[in-house]
Design a binder for this molecule. Structure first.
Ligand SMILES: CC(=O)SCCNC(=O)CCNC(=O)[C@H](O)C(C)(C)COP(=O)(O)OP(=O)(O)OC[C@H]1O[C@@H](n2cnc3c(N)ncnc32)[C@H](O)[C@@H]1OP(=O)(O)O
Length: 433
């Protein structure tokens, strides 16, 4: 690891001045982050809007600044590494969403990589998250090989699907309610309410951040440019209340079969979900719908008379979780079954380490730390990253055991843990960050 004497680490809030211009440190940080993900340089206008969104999320930015730079190279005011965190909530299946510390925007300039800069930023950040009282941290990863070493585990997935909507597309039963087109811009007001209902109903859901509403309304795409191709429809329930929406974009006459790409689809309940698909299946001139955020447990194939019209083209790891406080994280979670299990957790960073007895009574969990000297055999031994994978109940402990990531110590321990951690509803989130 190179000496960190060569660098200054600074953390500051993303900020915009009163006249709407981004604060220079935030602007330089964002241009560095943009470069780190190989995105095009941002124009002044796009930069201002993007920093505004970071500020709206309450993102705290960390930049790592080289103390010197050779003549002609990027100046020392441009960070060689970026990192951000912001507060949000996670539906854990419990009575209330849990506050969660989200890590994002991590980049290290190629000329400064593998000197431990990510490790320094991440360990300092997790320490701060613990000091701030967070029981869980989360992230969505660019690559799956990076974050387990810091105790994060894959906890939810989404499917990329293509759905054929030719003359074979038919629902088993006609969904209730109806759909109608709206101006995509209206999603700025309609969308958050629908999302709030989705968020309340799905363990694994992370609350939305500012970028989503720019994207769904077509105000700005991921690069920050206006996207006039976005159209939208909403679903009304039988009382006439909006309970779902879809924003979509036609992918051009060059691509056959003619295809609509879903930009965002949010349904407050199952009827709205199927109703929106019924609408998508009826759009003329297109014979295929593409969507990159479909649930793992998807009712759609079962709701169609021909389930093979839905094809999964890719399964993407989505939310990665890091348990920082075992007692509070597992007490906050929802449980479908009562029971008891003892977990021996190892954690190189220490935050989740210990032996814990999890007891669920009447669907309410409580966790006590057990003295290792007690003559008891834990049900399982697990490391922090595997614990993150287990937390929401979207991963079967028997699968982690088969992978060598968890070991059973007491007979029947795996089975007990599996029953205990079963989620109250299928694990699914549609927020990337
Ligand atoms: C939450 C998010 O924002 S996800 C986005 C992550 N960013 C990107 O993918 C952008 C492109 N990549 C990068 O900017 C950098 O390569 C980073 C951020 C992934 C890594 O930064 P670095 O400063 O080089 O990492 P650092 O030197 O601290 O390495 C820490 C450890 O992670 C390992 N590591 C770093 N990058 C990777 C990788 N891409 N794949 C697997 N392991 C990795 C290192 O080998 C090291 O391992 P060890 O300490 O256990 O031996």
């Amino acid at each position: 690891m190179a000496s960190h004497d060569e660098y200054d680490f600074r953390t500051f809030p993303a900020a915009v001045a009163e006249d709407g211009t981004p604060d220079p440190a935030s602007a330089a940080w964002l241009q560095a982050e943009t470069r780190g993900f190989h995105d095009p340089r941002k124009s002044e206008k796009v930069l201002a809007r993007s920093v505004e969104r970071l500020a709206a999320d309450g993102r705290r930015l960390t930049g790592v600044y080289a103390r010197s730079a050779p003549a002609g190279a990027l100046g020392v005011e441009v960070p060689v590494a970026t990192f951000a965190w912001f507060p949000s909530t996670l539906n854990t299946g419990g009575a209330e969403p849990l506050d969660v510390h989200l890590v994002s925007n991590v980049t290290v300039r190629p000329t400064h990589r593998r000197r431990g800069l990510l490790r320094s930023m991440m360990t300092a950040d997790l320490e701060q998250a613990v000091t701030d009282g967070y029981a869980l941290a989360g992230l969505t990863a660019s690559e799956a090989g990076i974050y387990r070493r810091f105790g994060f585990g894959e906890a939810s997935w989404v499917r990329h699907v293509t759905v054929t909507t030719d003359s074979r597309f038919r629902m088993v039963a006609e969904p209730r309610g109806r759909c109608e087109l709206i101006e995509a811009a209206s999603l700025r007001t309609i969308g958050p309410e629908v999302f709030a209902r989705f968020h309340a109903g799905h363990p694994g859901s992370i609350d939305r951040h500012a970028k989503y509403w720019d994207r769904a309304t077509g105000l700005a795409d991921d690069k920050g440019e206006p996207d006039d191709a976005v159209h939208a429809a909403v679903h009304y329930d039988e009382s006439g209340a909006v309970d779902g929406y879809v924003a979509y974009r036609f992918q051009g006459w060059e691509k056959e079969p003619y295809t609509l790409g879903i930009v965002d689809l949010v349904a407050a309940d199952d009827e709205a979900y199927l109703g929106l698909w019924d609408f998508l299946g009826a759009v003329d001139l297109v014979e295929r719908i593409e969507w990159e955020f479909a649930p793992m447990d998807d009712p759609l194939p079962f709701a169609l008379t021909d389930s093979r019209l839905v094809k999964t083209t890719f399964v993407e790891d989505w939310l990665w979780l890091r348990v920082l406080d075992v007692e509070r994280a597992f007490a906050a979670r929802g449980y479908a079954n009562d029971g008891e299990a003892v977990l021996d957790v190892t954690d190189p960073l220490g935050y989740a380490a210990g032996v814990f007895r999890l007891r669920v009574t009447g669907g309410v969990g409580s966790v006590v730390r057990v003295d290792r000297s007690d003559s008891m055999t834990p049900d399982v031994v697990v490391d922090a990253a595997a614990l993150g994978s287990l937390y929401l109940g979207g991963v079967d402990p028997r699968v982690l055991a088969a992978a060598g990531r968890l070991s059973e110590r007491a007979p029947g321990g795996l089975q007990r843990l599996r029953a205990l951690l079963a989620p109250v509803a299928p694990v699914y989130g549609i927020t990337h960050f």
